[in-house]
Every structure is written in C-alpha cells, then in structure tokens.
Ligand binder design. Structure first.
Ligand SMILES: [Zn+2]
Length: 508
C-alpha cells in the first residue's frame, strides 16, 4: 500500500500567502518599423494588400536563396539596446532555430542564440513609492514567422490558411530578468518600454500585432529567487505564450495568480507548463508541453557572417527619451509631476501637448492629461483621433472665457462622439454656437441677457424675494438657480450673483 495514495501530489496545502511573492519575467517581441524585411527587399507595408503578395524566394525560403541583413534593422536594434542601457556585443551571431510549424516555411527561424546583439541592460519604471529598476537580460534580433488564419475561429476552424507577408519582418526580442512583482508592474514596464521604442522611432504601437508578449509567472516563498536550490522548493511556473495586447498581459497574469494560488491551497504541485491566453474569456488554458532548448537544435546560420557592429555603435545618437522629456516638462512648462509623467508617457501625446502648450502650459496640461485623455479612453480612441488645431481652438475658447469649463467639456464630448461615429467633427466654435453654449457677457449698458433673466426671476418668484429680504440667504441661491436655468448655464455664476444682489438691494 502506498502511503501517498489518495493524497494530491506535491505536499502541504498553502493556506497563507503573506510570506510569498509573485515572480514575473517577460519576453517581448516587437516588430521594427523598417521599410523592408530583415533578410530581403520585400516591403513591410502589407496592411492593405492581399495575402502572400509581399514575398520573394528569400522570405519564402526557396532552395538556393540567400539572406542579406537589412542594415537599417540592425541600426534600429542597436538603438534599442543602447536606450535600454545594454552592453553591445562587438560580435553577435545569427542562428537557426529548427522546428516544424506551418507558419515557418523554411523549417527554421533565423534568430540569435548564444551571442545576442545586446545584454545586461535595465529600464527604470515607476514603482509604488519610488522608481524601480527592471533588469534586461538580453536584446536579440530575429525574423517574424508567417501568419496563420484559422477559418471559423481558432476553436472550431474547418481549415487554416497561411499568409507569408509577415514572414521575415524584423523583430527584436527583449528578455527581462524575473524582477517584476505584480501584474500592475508588468503593465507599467510595458508602457514604459513602448514609449521608449516609439521615442526611438523604431516601433509603431498602433500597428496590429506589433507587440507580443510571453510572460513567465510563479508564486514562490519570499527570497526564493535569490536562494534557488538552497532548501527552498521551486513550486513550478507557467509560461503564458503570445499575449498580443497590453491589457491582455495584465489580465492573463492576474488570472494566473488566482489559478496558481487555488492549486497551492489544494496542495497540488504545479508543473512548469506552457499556457495559452484566451483573450475573449480572460483565462489561460493548458497548451502543448514546453519544448526544451535542445529540441530546437540551434546552430550558427551558415549563410550569414557574424555581425560586427563595433564601428557603428559610437555613431548612433539617441533622441530625447521619456525620462529626459519628463524632466524637461517639469522645468520648461512647470508641469506637476503627475501631468509630466502622463504627458511624456506616449510620444504622440507629448508632441500633441507641446504643439499647443504656448496657449497656457498649465491650462493645456490639465485639459490634455485629465479631460481629453479620460474622454478618449472612455471611447477607446487614441490621441491621433483629434486634431491639435481643433483642440487648440477649444482650449482658447475656454481660456478667453467664451465658454465655461463645463461648456468646454460638453463641446469636447460632442466632438469626440462625432469623430467616433463618422471619423470627423464640426469646428469647436461652430459646436459652441449650435449648442448655445457661449457665455453671456454682462455689460453695464443695454439689455443684457443676464439682467433680463434676473428681472424675470425676481418677478416670477415674489416669495423667494420676500424670504431674501427676511434674511434667508438660501433664497438667493434659489434665484441664482432660476437665472442659470433661463440662460441655459451660459451665464457666469459670479455675474448672476452680482446682478441679482444689485437688483434685490435696489428693491429693499
Ligand atoms: Zn522577401
């Protein structure tokens, strides 16, 4: 009789996780936005074209064809390595990673293995109280495989088509050390990485499938990572493959933490395994068992010479990166730290802000970082949806007092709704007139609308007037409310107060 029969394998159930920590490492694949593919002259801009139209003997892997390295792609990858504070290896080597899959027409992928382009870097991200440094293990170059199209959905596909337009698009793979401790940190890291890549001009995040993430995650006793093999048991980890959205990474990791904790509570042993993230359902499911490195039979690519970049590295000048721009915004525009971080967290947003900051840096920062971003998020629109010219006009209307803050928000919502529905919108001042939102100016001479409305309100509500004269202040508030209603919220409250007080004072 076995002593362990009937008991879940793996040992004691874990009931308290206060002495444990979540350990996350990421592998990020980013498409470099070069004009041509990594090893041939085929154009990378195939979005509006039919399948298998951007291909040639090289990227189809036909016998006898030879790859040639795209110099621009190497330069882009070097920029990334330098911006991530990596050591650039003087000589890196392309290698063949052999496996069989229909999207891999050659039967192998050209990548880098034991001699990558760059190693040992870091990226600082916003931590809960101070900046946190996430170490980068390596940055290497490789080619993207083709794309499979499962007709009828991946679950119930009746047949699968393959499109090699994507085969040979230059990728960089960025591998982090397991330094991340929560899904939120992972998201912050990805946001910072995306911003950095866009500032470098090597990456377009709005391009579909331009970023894919594999996430390694496990829950280990605190200090386990530093003491591996010294008496602390490895509880096994999951590698969630091919998550293709930023939000997806956070969701997948959050799901995995719950799943792994539940298993540990039941005393189950978690085997290290590959899992697949089902975006629509927000869950991860078990997939094929993980290949071991030896299964890929890596060997140096015989058709390409080692890549020697020592002569180029010194010539690369990096542009201003997000941290430097944030520091500049604090000084040049006197932005609050929160606004500076938000505004520089995305290249397009930073440029949008700088294009109109001359109106009034503080007012514009509030309108862009707080109001506009919130409204865009709500509609799932990006900053490129609205033109800076129109937004400038809107902020100027607010600044000049032609509309109230509230009126400004109403106009913005109206414009964004139009953009969402039809892709374009009317002019902000046209919208102000159409909605009748222009602030009614109170002038000392002539019949101004606020005065008329105030006189009407007084005539219509003698009870409130009597209450006011009896010393009840809330009667004034009531009358102010009546005037605001009559002027459809376009009067400035201060004007209304002043006019009412004057009229009521005269009566008394
Ligand atoms: Zn080609």
């Amino acid at each position: 009789m076995s002593e362990t029969a009937g008991r879940p394998a793996g040992g004691n159930p874990v009931t308290d996780f206060s002495d444990d920590e979540v350990i996350i490492g990421l592998e990020i694949h980013c498409q470099l936005n070069t004009a041509t593919k990594l090893f041939c002259g085929c154009s990378t801009d195939y979005r509006d074209d039919g399948p298998n139209t951007h291909v040639c003997p090289v990227c189809l892997g036909l016998p006898g064809s030879l790859p040639r390295v795209n110099r621009k792609a190497v330069e882009f990858a070097l920029r990334v390595g330098l911006a991530l504070n990596c050591e650039i290896l003087d000589e890196s080597v392309f290698a063949r990673k052999n496996y069989f899959y229909p999207d891999l027409n050659k039967g192998f992928q050209i990548t880098q293995y034991d001699k990558p382009l760059a190693v040992k870097g870091y990226l600082d991200i916003e931590g809960d109280d101070r900046e946190k440094r996430i170490r980068i293990t390596r940055v290497h170059m490789e080619e993207d495989p083709g794309r499979l199209v499962h007709k009828g959905g991946s679950d119930r596909a009746r047949y699968t088509l393959v499109d090699y337009n994507r085969a040979g698009i230059p990728l960089i793979e960025i591998v982090t050390e397991p330094d991340l401790r929560s899904p939120k940190e992972a998201r912050r890291f990805l946001n910072k990485l995306r911003a950095t890549l866009e500032y470098l001009g090597v990456f377009d995040s709005e391009r579909e499938g331009s970023l894919r993430v594999d996430a390694n995650i496990s829950i280990q006793p605190k200090g386990w990572f530093a003491k591996t093999g010294k008496g602390k048991e490895d509880r096994g980890r999951a590698e969630v493959k091919n998550i293709s959205s930023y939000k997806g990474v956070e969701k997948a990791l959050t799901f995995e933490i719950t799943r792994q904790k539940n298993a540990l509570r039941r005393g189950q042993k978690l085997e290290s395994a590959t899992r697949h993230f089902v975006e629509g359902r927000g869950v991860t499911t078990a997939s094929r068992s993980k290949e071991m490195e030896q299964d890929y039979r890596y060997f140096p690519e015989p058709d390409l010479r080692p890549l020697r970049v020592c002569d180029w590295t010194g010539a690369i000048v990096l542009p201003e990166l997000p941290d430097a721009r944030r520091a500049r915004f604090l000084v040049q525009y006197q932005c609050s730290p929160t606004h500076a971080r938000t505004l520089t967290g995305d290249l397009r947003l930073a440029e949008f802000y700088e294009g109109i900051a001359d109106i009034d840096p503080t007012l514009v920062a509030t309108w862009v970082a707080d109001t506009l971003l919130g409204e865009l998020d709500y509609r799932d629109l990006s900053i490129s949806a609205i033109s800076p010219v129109q937004f400038r006009e809107l902020v100027l209307l607010v600044k000049d007092g032609a509309i109230t803050d509230k009126g400004g928000v109403a106009v913005l919502r109206e414009l964004l709704d139009q953009i969402q529905a039809s892709g374009c919108c009317e002019s902000p001042s046209g919208c102000v007139e159409r909605l009748g939102l222009r602030v009614l100016e109170c002038t000392p001479e002539g019949r101004d609308p606020v005065l008329t409305a105030a006189e009407e309100a007084i005539a219509e509500h003698p009870g409130a007037v009597a209450d006011f004269h009896a010393g009840r202040r809330e009667a004034l508030n009531f009358l102010v409310g009546q005037v605001m209603k009559k002027t459809r919220g376009c009067a400035k409250p201060a004007d209304v107060n002043q006019v009412l007080s004057r009229l009521l004072g005269r009566e008394g």
